[in-house]
Design a protein around this ligand. Structure first.
Ligand SMILES: Nc1nc2c(ncn2[C@@H]2O[C@H](COP(=O)(O)OP(=O)(O)OP(=O)(O)O)[C@@H](O)[C@H]2O)c(=O)[nH]1
Ligand SMILES: [Mg+2]
Length: 435
């Protein structure tokens, strides 16, 4: 047995020296981080000390030996070394020495099942090192950043495995099922939900005894799955005991127009006396827009300029049994605006918050907006501008991710007509369309 130590900056460097000097049969016995050079301990360079050994008479290695000969590379060292960085690690070497990283052991079965020949042994070391890279070890988890990066790696690996599994499954799917998934993706449904929906629809057909369903049958099943999903996520109408509704949402989505439509509906179909409040004093035209609707409906309007002013406005509207409050459309990526808005929306008794979202927006942006508001209280979502889009994937994405119930859909600029309650079966039909 010939044993040799190498002081190197990166693992690839060690690998290449070992391969050259000891040959392909060499195994790495151990590695550790060391400081080398410098003056009185200052300016020392971080290096890796790698001990490698080779049997003078090369022979095929028994599986057991291969397990014990696996390198004990701290994963932090390995990761940085493989990233080609000179600073092999940012952790003090004493810590790593005091707390040796528990190495993921290959089971004997795994080793036996691997068909490595003796000439593959260095490559196997490399593989083992990379496996140490992706498995979190106790010595690294103390650092939050590195923990997060390990989590990311694991997430990526999970996603990769999942997508590989999906790919294999796809191969076995009938054409119609693949087309359904494609259609849902084109509708903007997130890929994981498009896949699940297509698969569930196919499974239902199989349960009904049809392994190769045609498009009509698949659509029927998909439609019923979607309707069930939306049914669980719907809150129609306005409850009789709701007294105040705050409308929030990004700029220009149709908050003010929707308020006018709902006010007319509540007055004419539910006999409620409706009053308006607006806090949108950022644009001069904004107050005037709501004032116009208020005067057409012959309803009172109060303008509030600060959160404290809201109390006064509500007292002034005491004889109204429903108060609809308009807010300024703000950039919801700006925390200051969001905090300002939150301070305005006091969860008073009988109050509800409605988020207005335009179906012309991207689902990811919708999700970010919902997240900003969910810290407070969000009771419903109203989707606007259904007439300006042909993709309705947001229904699925938002329902699945946020669980905030949907209540109305608006589909045009006409006040008061272009609004209707969110209907699960209609939404399913919109999504499946011509499929
Ligand atoms: N096509 C279509 N247009 C709509 C719909 N709802 C509102 N709009 C139009 O969208 C534009 C903006 O509407 P507003 O009601 O002023 O939107 P807002 O959210 O109050 O806007 P800000 O107060 O500026 O944030 C207007 O031209 C409306 O007529 C809808 O359902 N479909
Ligand atoms: Mg407005």
């Amino acid at each position: 047995m010939r044993v040799k130590k190498y002081i190197v900056e990166t693992m690839p460097e060690a690998m290449s020296q070992i391969r050259q000097e000891l040959g392909k049969d060499a195994v790495i016995v151990s590695t550790k981080e060391i400081k080398s050079g410098g003056f009185l301990g200052f300016f020392a360079k971080q290096k890796i000390e790698v001990t490698a050994a080779v049997d003078e008479q090369p022979a095929s290695v028994p599986a057991k030996e291969m397990v014990t000969a696996r390198p004990s590379v701290p994963s932090s060292v390995a990761r940085n070394a493989y990233a080609g960085r000179n600073q092999a690690t940012s952790y003090p070497s004493e810590r790593i020495q005091q707390k040796p990283a528990p190495q993921p052991e290959l089971s004997v079965k795994e080793v036996q099942s691997a068909s490595f020949t003796s000439s593959d042994r260095i490559d196997q070391q490399e593989l083992a090192v990379s496996s140490a890279v992706s498995v979190p070890s106790a010595s690294v988890v103390t650092n939050e950043a590195s923990e997060a990066s390990l989590q990311n790696e694991l997430q990526e690996m999970k996603a990769m495995v999942k997508s590989m599994l999906r790919h294999t499954e796809h191969e076995r799917w009938p054409d119609t099922v693949r087309q359904l998934e494609k259609h849902l993706l084109e509708q903007g449904v997130f890929s994981e939900y498009a896949y699940d929906l297509a698969k569930q629809s196919m499974d239902r057909c199989i349960q009904l005894g049809v392994n190769e369903p045609d498009a009509a049958m698949l659509k029927r099943e998909a439609s019923s799955i979607l309707s069930e999903l939306f049914m669980r996520n719907v809150k129609e109408g306005i409850a009789p005991n709701t007294r105040i509704i705050y409308f929030v949402g990004p700029t220009g989505v149709g908050k003010t127009t929707t308020i006018a439509k709902l006010a007319a509906d509540q007055m004419f179909h539910h006999n409620r006396k409706v009053g308006f409040v607006t806090s949108d004093t950022y644009r001069i035209a904004a107050v005037e827009q709501l004032r116009t609707y208020a005067s057409i409906l012959n309803s009172p309007l109060e303008v509030v300029t600060s959160p404290n002013d809201l109390q006064r406005a509500l007292i002034a509207l005491e004889d109204c049994n429903l108060v609809l409050m308009d807010t300024a459309g703000r950039n919801y990526r700006n925390d200051m605006f969001v905090n300002e808005m939150r301070s305005l929306l006091k969860p008073l008794e009988g109050s509800e918050s409605v988020l207005v979202l335009s179906l012309t927006s991207k689902s990811d942006d919708m999700m970010a907006i919902v997240k900003q508001f969910q810290a407070n209280k969000l009771d419903r979502i109203i989707f606007t501008k259904a007439d300006e889009t042909v993709t309705y994937g947001a229904y699925v994405n938002v329902a699945m991710r946020t669980k905030v119930p949907f209540s109305y859909i608006t589909y045009g600029q006409n006040v008061p007509d272009d609004i209707r309650a969110f209907s699960p079966s209609e939404a399913a039909e919109q999504l499946l369309g011509e499929f």
